[in-house]
Design a protein around this ligand. Structure first.
Ligand code: PLP
Length: 395
């Protein structure tokens, strides 16, 4: 305990206290297992919140990143670089989007999407009073633009005023959206599956209705796929289950599988009618290191048929969690899709998560009453069985 406790005390002295951290210092990982400083091993059902899709200690990924480090880490967006070009090609191939802008994080991808929406509308009518419709219980990040469209008042309150002209509707309630649409509306933004807000998938009928409203009024449909994208639902992007396509989308988290990258993408039509040279930029976004990571991630996704694997193991996880939910009266709901699922309890789940950690299982909450299951996508059925055993022993 000694060394680990020392580091935790140091962290609490030196780092700004913006997280209530679990009392563990992870040191390294292997596959779907994490090891703390004492060498204790844990089965990981969090993957750094949906980042480490391909597991830890992934040799080929590590080699791809290392060889790029040896070659060149950074140039500038004033020059072209091959990894970024290849990464954009890979994203276009699986998403069907046409134009990519690389960022360093999810929040920055959302910022870019918001600027895209305002510019698109501005070019149409020259006005600067356009409105964006976002959803209650959404989460889009911590920067001011992203925070402004995050539908959880407690995250916003102390930091008012937000950017203006944001309205909030209710996910899966199309009337609540229609009630807010007017001639000023330039975008409707939501997560295809709400993550932080409690694992709420957008329903097919809702998504299709939003698509229709956007088509009829030349409003941009913008989907945040930062958590639910990159194979997590069994498709590369969660909206691909519904035969529609957004006008703008965001990606991050598993896009780099550990190297901090994000992106926002758009159709050619939006690309031709929004941001131009001078409108937007970034120093690090789209650098060769991030690009190399993204290229290797997509290479492995294809080679290992990750989306098929997620469909299969996700279904298995669903059945197993259904059994758990049925066996416990304090579990109010079980929902989710693929390897993004949640169990909602009628009480806070922190105690359960701490017990699980003690027993070598890493879980995370989404809100206070929901346990979120967001493991590496390479998890096997035997790992699900092991997780269920430990979970049951904690309930
Ligand atoms: C994590 C997340 C973000 C923010 O990403 P950062 O990389 O933390 O800035 C935005 N949207 C969704 C849906 C997320 O899950």
């Amino acid at each position: 305990m000694g060394i680990m406790q020392d580091y935790i005390e140091e962290a609490e002295r030196d780092l700004l206290h913006t997280y209530n951290r679990y009392q563990v210092v992870f040191d390294h990982g292997d596959g779907v297992r994490l090891y703390d400083l004492n060498g204790k091993d844990y089965l990981d059902f969090v993957s750094g919140i949906g980042v480490f899709a391909l597991g830890y200690g992934n040799r080929e990924y590590n080699e791809a990143v290392k060889s790029q480090v040896d070659k060149i880490l950074h140039t500038s967006n004033y020059y072209y670089n091959v990894p970024a070009i290849e990464a954009a090609k890979a994203i276009k191939k699986v998403s069907g989007m046409d134009r990519v802008f690389f960022t360093n994080s999810g929040a920055e991808a959302v910022e870019g999407a918001l600027k895209t929406a305002r510019k698109y509308a501005y070019l149409k009518d020259g006005k600067t009073d356009h409105e964006i419709i976002a959803m209650n219980h959404s989460f889009h990040g911590r920067t001011f633009g992203a925070l402004s469209v995050t539908g959880t008042p407690k995250y916003r309150e102390a930091f008012q005023p937000m950017i203006g002209n944001i309205k909030f509707a209710e996910l899966n309630n199309i009337d609540s959206v229609k009630a807010l649409v007017n001639e000023k509306t330039c975008a409707i933004l939501f997560e295809t599956v709400q993550g932080e807000g409690g694992i709420h998938p957008a329903e097919e009928a809702f998504i299709k209705e939003v698509r229709k409203i956007c088509d009829e009024n030349d409003i941009l449909m913008m989907l945040d796929e930062i958590q639910c994208g990159m194979g997590r639902t069994g498709e590369y992007y969660a909206w691909q289950r519904f035969g529609i396509k957004p006008d703008v989308m965001t990606s991050a988290k598993a896009l780099g599988c550990g190297v901090p990258v994000g992106a926002f993408m758009m159709t050619e039509k939006v690309g031709q009618n929004s941001l131009v040279a001078g409108d937007h930029g970034t120093t690090y976004g789209g650098n060769p290191l991030g690009g190399a990571a993204i290229v290797e991630v997509f290479r492995q996704f294809e080679e290992r048929k990750i989306t098929d694997h997620v469909k299969e193991v996700g279904q298995y996880l669903y059945e197993k969690l259904e059994e758990v939910a049925k066996a416990h009266d304090d579990i109010k709901d079980h929902r989710g899709v693929g390897l993004l699922q949640g169990l909602e309890f009628d009480h806070p789940v922190a105690d359960i998560i701490n017990k699980a950690l003690d027993k070598g299982l890493v879980l995370i909450n989404a809100g206070t009453d929901i346990i979120r299951f967001i493991p590496p996508l390479v998890i096997e059925k035997s790992d699900v069985d092991e997780m269920i055993d430990i979970l049951n022993s904690c309930l």
